[in-house]
Design a protein around this ligand. Structure first.
Ligand SMILES: Nc1ncnc2c1ncn2[C@@H]1O[C@H](COP(=O)(O)OP(=O)(O)OP(=O)(O)O)[C@@H](O)[C@H]1O
Ligand SMILES: [Mg+2]
Length: 503
């Protein structure tokens, strides 16, 4: 290929962490104005490659060219100067500061003046958002805004620094459908204006929609670079997983005995403005999918059931007995567990080991005398690591060292290990790779088969359709419809119900 057309060329990139080879002679070329997807399983090396391009990590061997010139990037600052902007998988924004302050945080504008030139950064932020076609008030504190707006603010921040290359690491992991559309339109416009975009994603549908080309990494090796027009989804999945697999998640009809009393019964629950008169029941062994748009009250309902948000009226019953839910301690005491949606507060202790993070929720069961039963603990941790294929050099590695998707698996493993009677999972597979998605669905079925109730909230409809026995659709805080899974013909039917269009 004509190298002059390349905005970025990375050649022969090698990187190891304590003897562990994470990138092995990786080549990567990014053309001007293209959207190039970087794909691969959890821990394949995507973020590491991008952190090298971002000046966060040094490379052990290899070369980087930007616009045809050799560069050595010693720091984020140098990479930024060279025109590389990154939207981090874990956000780099400060919640207590305003949007505008975040957009100009750590940039030259501030460094040069020492004083925050508030007026000009607000004006400039407003211009950038206008260009992006996004409506955000630059004076809002970050903490008041939802995840989608954090994402967009990160992009604005990169654009404020005149990025020519934009790296988006799983940008849609926690976005609702209409926000995804907003982001896609923005990506299209940016690419058309000549900005080159590297897009990391685990979602097959969006890879094919958005990208011109794809590069797949597997265990630190580049295994594929090609235009997407020449590939089928099955080709991509095969490159990622390393063998032929059926990329689609399959629904398996399960039989649930609903003759007896329900395990969980929610009666006319209202809380704040987001949960209005919600009633549903779940029998032991049942998997309930909660569908709805962002803001439809799914997360709020989950938070009520876990005792985080106060209940205004209505009752919750377990095995027919009314329970009090004044705190999450109340919820845990009656066997309810929640895997929350927000990674930032998911409660991993990053500097602690994978093993300790997995066991933290079940110390009681493992305690023998004053000391943790070491052998039993290690066996439990090892089993969870294996079940969820957590990619870690050792159970003793600090969890903060794992890739994003593998951290997510530890969060899930942590709660699976507690053996709750009712497990609520809010967007459980966001950021998890295709191979592991089906494993997580298997674990959910195992729990249900063991007589638990599992409530799954997911914006990914294929996943929701694969896992649920019954789907409850929420809209503006109320139940819009309830489906037996077999009543739903396809994704489109469910999509219409979610949008509030009756079929
Ligand atoms: N600072 C670090 N120290 C030790 N190991 C690391 C460090 N950063 C990454 N790794 C390891 O490098 C490997 C690749 O991680 P990376 O974050 O690049 O994966 P990824 O492809 O981005 O995965 P995901 O899809 O889960 O985000 C993983 O095995 C990870 O544990
Ligand atoms: Mg990553």
């Amino acid at each position: 290929m004509d190298d002059l057309a390349l905005a970025i060329r990375m050649a022969g990139i090698r990187k190891s962490f304590s003897g562990n080879v994470v990138l092995n002679e990786v080549d990567f070329g990014l053309r001007r104005g293209e959207v190039h997807v970087l794909a691969g399983g959890n821990g394949a090396g995507k973020s590491t490659l991008m952190k090298i391009l971002q000046g966060v990590y040094s490379l052990d061997a290899g070369r980087i060219e930007i616009d045809g010139r050799d560069v050595v990037l010693h720091s984020i600052h140098e990479a930024r100067q060279a025109g590389i902007g990154m939207v981090f998988q874990e956000f780099s924004l400060i919640p207590t500061l305003s949007v505008a302050k975040n957009v100009f945080l750590g940039t030259e504008r501030l460094a040069r003046s020492h004083l925050l030139d508030d007026a000009s950064s607000v004006t400039r932020t407003r211009e950038i958002f206008a260009d992006m076609g996004v409506d955000i008030d630059p004076n809002m504190p970050m903490s008041k805004l939802g995840t989608a707006y954090w994402q967009l603010t990160e992009i604005a921040k990169a654009l404020a620094q005149n990025a020519k290359v934009l790296i988006l690491d799983e940008p849609t992991a926690s976005l609702a459908k209409h926000e995804v559309e907003l982001l896609f339109a923005l990506v299209g416009r940016l690419a058309a204006s000549g900005i080159s975009i590297i897009y990391i994603s685990h979602r097959m549908d969006e890879i094919f929609r958005i990208a011109d080309r794809i590069t797949v990494l597997r265990d630190g090796n580049r295994v594929l670079t090609a235009p997407l027009s020449e590939l089928s989804p099955a080709d991509v999945v095969e490159a990622i997983v390393g063998r032929k697999v059926d990329g689609t998640l399959q629904w398996r009809e399960r039989t649930v005995d609903r003759s007896g009393a329900p395990l969980l019964e929610v009666r006319a629950l209202s809380a704040g403005r987001r949960v209005q008169d919600v009633s549903f029941v779940a029998h032991a062994g049942e998997i309930i999918g909660l569908a709805g748009l962002m803001g439809s009250g799914r997360t709020e309902l989950a938070r009520c059931l876990f005792g985080i948000d106060p209940i205004d009226s209505g009752t919750v019953h377990i095995h027919g007995k009314q329970i009090e839910l004044r705190s999450s301690a109340d919820a845990i005491a009656v066997g309810i567990a929640l895997i929350p949606e927000d990674r930032r507060v998911q409660g991993l202790v990053l500097q602690h080991s994978v093993r300790d993070n997995l066991l933290i929720t079940q110390l009681k069961g493992l305690r023998r005398g004053p000391l943790l039963n070491d052998r039993k603990g290690s066996a439990t941790a090892a089993k969870l690591i294996q079940q969820l294929s957590v990619k870690t050099a050792s159970p003793n590695l600090a969890v903060g060292r794992l890739s994003g998707g593998n951290q997510q698996k530890v969060v899930i493993g942590k709660w699976l290990g507690t053996d709750p009677e009712i497990l609520i999972m809010d967007e459980p597979t966001a950021g998890v790779d295709i191979g592991t998605k089906s494993e997580i669905i298997e674990r959910i079925r195992d729990l249900a088969d063991a007589g638990k109730v599992v409530v799954v909230i997911s914006s990914e409809l294929p996943e929701l359709l694969a896992v649920s026995d019954r789907i409850v659709v929420l809209r503006s805080g109320s139940i819009e419809r309830e489906f037996e899974r077999h009543e739903i013909e396809n994704e489109h039917t469910l999509q219409l119900a979610i949008q509030g269009v009756s079929s």
